[in-house]
Design a protein around this ligand. Structure first.
Ligand SMILES: Nc1nc2c(ncn2[C@@H]2O[C@H](COP(=O)(O)OP(=O)(O)OP(=O)(O)O)[C@@H](O)[C@H]2O)c(=O)[nH]1
Ligand SMILES: [Mg+2]
Length: 358
């Protein structure tokens, strides 16, 4: 699932209730509910071609398709001239839309290191994640997520990212794919192998890793990070920094504490999120589409609402429709689109014959 673009069809399933004929206004606010997408821990859903990066925090919701508005009862159409309106509205259909969503890894901490440094071993020790661990590079090819529990109320999400190698920022070793997963993490845990005999020294590993991060996205170097030497129990290289052994457990608690503190700070620094991001539906009003040589269709929420009456056959309802269409500027839109007398104009399932205004 990770990072693969998916096409998801989301329906606002609820159609609004019908308006009533008992002179009530008949709008039930409950019927305005839309369908919401919510995100799972650790993933962000990004809408393609849209600047809204909704659903970043756990529990964020985003209204993408509003449900139908309830029909207004005949009481809503009362006027001086219309003492007992003989029409009410049907409920509006809920919106439906196509969305292209991309799931991006959203972790608090990303484990960054060369292949085989012990990333998967560490996540298996500090969380319930059980990734494959083996004594060769590129064991991990897809990121693994684990939740590290500090106490009943505090936890953070760690991502075990496949190993990076020199040149990753130029695409080596599937570098970009992996770097992309690091991008959204709040805190980086840079891991250096202290037991690699023939490989680069810890300092050299750190230099290469930071270089690749910076080449990919300079701002990654600004991210809070902890640098730690791994495999302390079998270390051969000198390293004066933080050390840890995922095998004996030495230094693991200390590292988790440091990471938790940085995550806490980073979460607090983040601008408060309103929680519910609302993307407004299409512009209201209407537009016109030509569907045949002498046939047009009016599309848009407002014009469709005008004809959403329970009974469009009474003269009263027709004059109401006529009035509202004029108010929305429909005659002007149709004239501009080239409609001629006698052309058929569709609005939802309702059609009428076009007559140019005198
Ligand atoms: N002695 C010792 N061995 C370790 C330690 N951590 C990991 N290892 C061993 O190092 C090897 C690689 O560990 P992994 O956790 O698979 O390394 P990785 O960083 O996830 O590797 P890739 O997924 O290939 O990038 C395994 O054989 C582990 O058992 C440690 O603290 N001490
Ligand atoms: Mg691994």
């Amino acid at each position: 699932m990770l990072s693969k673009a998916q096409v998801v069809r989301v329906y606002a399933l609820e159609t609004g209730g019908r308006g009533t004929y008992d002179m009530q206004s008949g709008v039930d606010p409950e019927l305005k509910k839309g369908k919401a997408i919510s995100s799972a821990v650790g993933y962000a859903q990004l809408l393609h071609g849209n600047s809204v990066n909704g659903l970043v925090n756990h529990g964020d919701r985003w209204l993408c398709a509003a449900g139908g508005r309830g029909g207004r009862g005949n009481g809503k159409f009362l006027s001086n001239k219309r003492r007992a309106p003989s029409f009410a509205e049907q409920g509006e259909h809920g919106q439906d839309c196509w969305l292209k969503l991309e799931l991006k890894l959203m972790a608090d901490v990303a484990l960054v290191g060369f292949p085989n440094v012990g990333k998967s071993t560490l996540i298996s020790v500090i969380s319930a994640a059980k990734p494959k661990i083996a004594d060769y590079p590129f064991t991990t090819l897809e990121p693994n997520l684990g939740v590290v529990k500090i106490d009943d109320h505090t936890d953070f999400v760690v991502a075990d990212i496949p190993g990076l190698i020199e040149g990753a920022s130029e695409g080596k070793g599937l570098g970009h794919q992996f770097l992309r997963h690091i991008e959204r993490a709040r805190v980086l845990c840079v891991m250096l192998d202290l037991a690699a005999v023939d490989e680069a020294s810890p300092e050299e590993q750190e230099r290469i890793l930071l270089h690749e991060l910076g080449e990919y996205r300079p701002e990654l170097l600004e991210r809070p990070r902890v640098v730690v030497g791994t495999k302390a129990d079998i270390a051969v290289a000198d390293w004066s920094g933080i050390r840890l052994s995922a095998v004996t457990g030495d230094g693991v608690r200390d590292l988790v504490g440091r990471l938790a503190a940085l995550v806490h700070e980073a979460r607090n620094d983040q601008p408060a999120n309103a929680g519910l991001v609302i993307i407004r539906p299409d512009a209201e009003g209407g537009r016109v589409e030509r569907v045949g040589e002498h046939e047009f269709r009016l599309v848009g929420r407002q014009v469709e609402r005008v004809v959403a009456l329970n009974d469009v056959t009474t003269p009263e309802a027709l004059s109401y429709i006529d009035f509202q269409m004029k108010r929305l500027g429909v005659p002007r839109i149709l004239a501009r689109a080239g409609a001629q007398d006698g052309d058929i104009i569709w609005v939802a399932s309702f059609s009428f014959e076009y007559q140019q205004e005198a």
